[in-house]
Ligand binder design. Sequence first.
Ligand code: CU
Length: 196
Amino acid sequence: MAEIDTKSPSPPLPDGIIPEEAITRAENRWLAIMLGMLGVMIAVIVVTGVSNSLHPPSNVETIDPVTLHLGGEFAENNLGTAVDPDASVTVRLIAEQYAFVPDCTRIPVGAPVKFRLTSTDVIHGFLLPATNVNTMVVPGFIAEVRTTFSRPGVYNMPCNEFCGYGHHGMSARVEVVPSEQFPPQDAAERTSCAKQ
Ligand SMILES: [Cu+2]
């Protein structure tokens, strides 16, 4: 069997032609960098998901944005905070150009809270700073986020998804109050602190 001579230099390549080994080395280097970045991003998702309960919105429920105000879950008299029979709280909100309806919600401290939101027009964003609440509100879908507020306070909720000319003024607030200040449990009653 003929032995391959690996020591003798390969014939010189014409100007501008990069040797194959150099290309392979560069490709492998970029592949390693890309895999490293992918690993860091996956680690960030896993760590924040486990430690801060930051979960990507995964609730795929659809709703007709044209008729949602006419009846059902997002009819006007159904918006705001409702106390469920198990003492958890469901807050229903509509995002529209350029307001949240209602623009102020009141929630008892310590209760498991479920926000359910939808949009009537374009994509909006719902964010409560310093909490795990951060979701896009997409017309045609119901976004659902769960959280629990451990201490009373006022949380501003700016729209964090550019939604048009009035976007900068689109914000609302959540008032987390001691549970004794919260209206008595009545599943039929919806509360908010929106100015009438
Ligand atoms: Cu916006």
